[in-house]
Structure formats: structure tokens, C-alpha cells
Design a protein around this ligand. Structure first.
Ligand SMILES: Cc1cc2nc3c(=O)[nH]c(=O)nc-3n(C[C@H](O)[C@H](O)[C@H](O)COP(=O)(O)OP(=O)(O)OC[C@H]3O[C@@H](n4cnc5c(N)ncnc54)[C@H](O)[C@@H]3O)c2cc1C
Length: 395
């Protein structure tokens, strides 16, 4: 999937319309299995406001007998949620009245009626897979915003088994949102007219939030909103590092796309620095990033212990650098340097951007994962205002 070209993007601002808390009829347009237990679903939602990476929506399903179930799902892709405004069709100039025919004897010729100018065609909307616009609405009603969610099946759950195993393109569903203003990247300013509403003041002289490096930390399905952030990141975005904890290698989502994003960001950084590198590595094991000083970290490189340093150093500037680290809680792949097991505080310290770089940190997952990680981050010196969390429930 192509990357957008700007750093502070996300979905554009095609104009905010509608009540953010109204239920909007939507339909599934496509789905992709991420793993046997998880699926990404793309919805077309006429009238949806442009969404930001990190926001979520509520989905409402209604059974034939009227029973409804509502669940929240983070947006894993917001790029097609902003559609270009359809230009207003210019009014057709009035045709001059034909002069009244005077009485006999002489009947003057009726002047020719000027041709009515052609109504300009509404510009074509790029395909949603280009990441820049929604699908064309039925009946030529203009482009329709699209959003993606990624759902993990909970076997004893009510809604997630339907979304993962049974939902099909064309199925109706209702969507409310997008919701949330704190857990968004790029960080926003206060927007009184929108559902985006929270930003805490930063100290005077602090590096603007949009320019600081970004650390993403996911537990299981908590990767969904963080993937939206990876996807909106542009070529001139600040360095971004992702740490994802999953049960086993088969539980990883978006693997090919993340591999490709890391490769692309490395190639760009090579172009910037002139350095040579044989290929970026998506690391499976941590290297004590904190133990490597910013001065020692090359803009691009694979360290002796096998972790891509791209995007680790604040000194690396805005190159859209991306590093991805996977850790495994139950089964690690062969050759992985770290045995399977729950993330510990010491490992976390070695796998995330150090507090000294003042990164913006986004943590998402089940309650217990988020509680533990956020607590450790604060103990490690990260400012509470720079640690943003989203909890999916569960234990
Ligand atoms: C803001 C927000 C964003 C979310 N985004 C996503 C997302 O992107 N992808 C996704 O798959 N889920 C996400 N969730 C969780 C989702 O809303 C549902 O809770 C989940 O799909 C389970 O719904 P269910 O109807 O299948 O299970 P339910 O019938 O509601 O519950 C079944 C059982 O599972 C437990 N349970 C509920 N939620 C979880 C959980 N997250 N982890 C472990 N156990 C749980 C319940 O306690 C219960 O015992 C999000 C939740 C919130 C609040």
C-alpha cells in the first residue's frame, strides 16, 4: 500500500459534517483475514466525518427480532475516511428570453439561443486502496468515506465471532463516530466542533508534539489503532518505533505490510544519509536502545546485535523512519533471541525509545497489559502527559 507524502497527515480535512454521535448506516465492502482468528473489515459509511489515526467507532448490529448489540472497535485504517468534497455544480446560466414576436407585417428572426455550458464532471475519486479517498457512492452521489477495523475473535464473545467468521460484503451495520481525541496521532489541537477534543498544555519551549519521536506499544489486538498511525505516517514524519507483543508468530497482524514499510523507510533514509545498508531488519528481539547513545546510532543501520536502528534516534530527524519489534508471550519462532514469555519491565526499557528523547508513547491492548506497561513507562521517567493509553477491556 502506498504511503502518503506528508508527515502530519492522517485523513484530510474535507470538512466536518454531521452529528458525530448519530448512528450511520454502513455496509461492509471488503474483508481480509489477518490470522485464522482475526479479520480486517472495510466499511463504507456515507456521511462519516474524516477520522484520525487512533480513534475508534461504535458498531451496532441489529437482529431480525430487533435485538441490538454495540461494541467499540479502533480504526486500523483511516486514510480513506476523508473524501474530497464534491464541487457544487455551477448554476446553468439562464437562457435569454426569446424576444416577443412583433405583430405583422415583419417577423424578425428569433435570435439563436446560446448553448448551455456543459456541467463540469465531478472529479474521479481514487480507489480506496490508494489510501486517499473513499468509494464512489451509489447513484453518483459522490465518494463515500471508508474505514477499516480489525477484529480478534473471542470464542465466547457475542459480536466478535460474527465479525470475524460470518460478516460478508454487503451486510448492513451501523456506525457511530469517529470517537476520541486524546489517543490520536498526529496529536491535535482543540477542535470545539468535532469529536476530537483533548490536548494537554506542553511546557513553554518544548519540542512541538508533532515533531517528537513516536513509540507505539501494542498488546495483541491493541495493534489495530497503532497500525492506523503507522499507515498515516508520511515520508517526513518523526521517527516511529513499534513494539508489538503477540502470543505466537501466527498471531501477528499486517506482517507483510509492516515489513514493507520498514524496508521503504530504510531505503529513504539511505537516500538521505548516503549510507549503505544491506537491508532493514524487522527485529524479533530487543536491543537495549537506551544503552546506545543517540550519537552512536546511525541514521540507518543494522546493529551488531541485529536490530534496525532506523527511527530510533531523535537526531535522525524527520525521515519517516520506522522500526518494528515483535515479542512473543507463548511461542517464539525458531532462532528468535528472546524466549517466549510476558514482557517485563527490563525488556520494555530495552525495547522502547528512552525517556530522554521525550517521545510520545501510545499504549494499547487489554486492561492488564496497558496498566502494566504504562506504569513501567512512568517509572522509567516518561512524562505522564506523553504516555497515551487505550484499553480494550478483558483482563
Ligand atoms: C475503545 C475500544 C476499542 C476497541 N478496539 C478493538 C479492536 O480494534 N479490535 C478488537 O478485536 N477489539 C477491540 N475492542 C474490544 C471490543 O469492543 C469487544 O469488547 C470485543 O470484540 C469482544 O466483544 P464480544 O461481543 O465478542 O465479546 P463479549 O460477549 O462482549 O465478551 C465475551 C468475553 O470476553 C471478555 N472480553 C471482552 N473484551 C475483551 C478483550 N478486549 N480482551 C479479552 N477479553 C475480553 C469479556 O469479559 C467476556 O468474558 C475495543 C474496545 C474498546 C473499548
Amino acid at each position: 500500500m502506498s504511503e502518503p507524502s506528508t508527515g502530519a497527515g492522517g485523513a484530510g480535512e474535507a470538512g466536518l459534517v454531521g452529528d458525530p454521535y448519530a448512528w450511520l448506516p454502513a455496509s461492509i465492502v471488503s474483508s481480509v483475514a489477518q490470522t485464522p482468528g482475526a479479520r480486517s473489515l472495510t466499511f463504507a459509511v456515507p456521511g462519516l466525518r474524516p477520522a484520525r489515526a487512533g480513534q475508534h467507532v461504535d458498531l451496532r448490529l441489529t437482529a431480525d427480532d430487533g435485538y441490538t448489540a454495540v461494541r467499540s472497535y479502533s480504526l486500523s485504517d483511516v486514510r480513506a475516511s476523508a473524501v474530497p468534497a464534491v464541487p457544487a455544480v455551477p448554476a446553468v446560466p439562464a437562457v435569454p428570453a426569446v424576444p416577443a414576436v412583433p405583430a405583422v407585417p415583419a417577423v424578425p428572426a428569433v435570435p439563436a439561443v446560446p448553448a448551455v455550458p456543459a456541467v463540469p464532471a465531478v472529479p474521479a475519486v481514487p480507489a480506496a486502496s490508494d489510501g486517499v479517498g473513499g468509494a464512489e457512492g451509489a447513484g453518483g452521489a459522490g465518494p463515500v468515506p471508508q474505514i477499516e477495523v480489525t477484529v480478534e475473535r473471542l470464542d465466547d464473545g457475542e459480536v466478535s465471532p460474527y465479525l470475524v467468521d460470518a460478516a460478508e460484503p454487503g451486510d448492513p451495520i451501523e456506525v457511530r463516530g469517529p470517537i476520541g481525541g486524546w489517543f490520536v496521532w498526529p496529536p491535535t489541537e482543540f477542535e470545539p466542533d468535532s469529536a476530537v477534543h483533548a490536548v494537554l498544555p506542553e511546557p513553554p519551549g518544548a519540542t512541538p508534539l508533532r515533531d517528537v519521536p513516536v513509540q507505539l506499544i501494542a498488546g495483541g489486538s491493541g495493534l489495530a489503532p497503532l497500525m492506523a498511525m503507522v499507515r498515516v505516517r508520511g515520508r517526513d514524519a518523526p521517527p516511529m518505533r513499534l513494539l508489538a507483543s503477540v502470543r505466537d508468530p501466527g498471531a501477528r497482524w499486517y506482517v507483510g505490510e509492516l515489513d514493507e514499510a520498514v524496508r521503504a523507510s530504510s531505503a529513504r533514509a539511505v537516500g538521505v544519509s548516503g549510507a549503505e545498508v544491506s537491508g532493514a531488519e524487522v527485529s524479533g528481539v530487543g536491543v537495549p536502545a537506551a544503552a546506545v547513545s543517540a550519537a552512536e546510532v546511525p541514521a540507518v543501520g543494522v546493529s551488531a546485535v541485529g536490530v534496525s536502528a532506523v527511527g530510533v534516534s531523535a537526531a535522525g530527524g524527520r525521515t519517516g523512519g520506522l522500526t518494528v519489534d515483535w515479542v512473543y508471550s507463548r511461542v517464539a519462532p525458531d532462532g528468535h533471541g528472546r524466549p517466549a514469555g510476558r514482557l517485563t519491565r527490563d525488556e520494555l526499557e530495552s525495547l522502547v525509545l528512552p525517556a530522554a528523547e521525550h517521545p510520545l508513547v501510545y499504549v494499547c491492548g487489554a486492561n492488564s497489559f496497558v496498566e502494566a506497561v504504562a506504569g513501567w513507562l512512568i517509572e522509567l521517567g516518561h512524562a505522564p502527559t506523553r504516555v497515551r493509553t487505550e484499553r480494550f477491556g478483558g483482563v
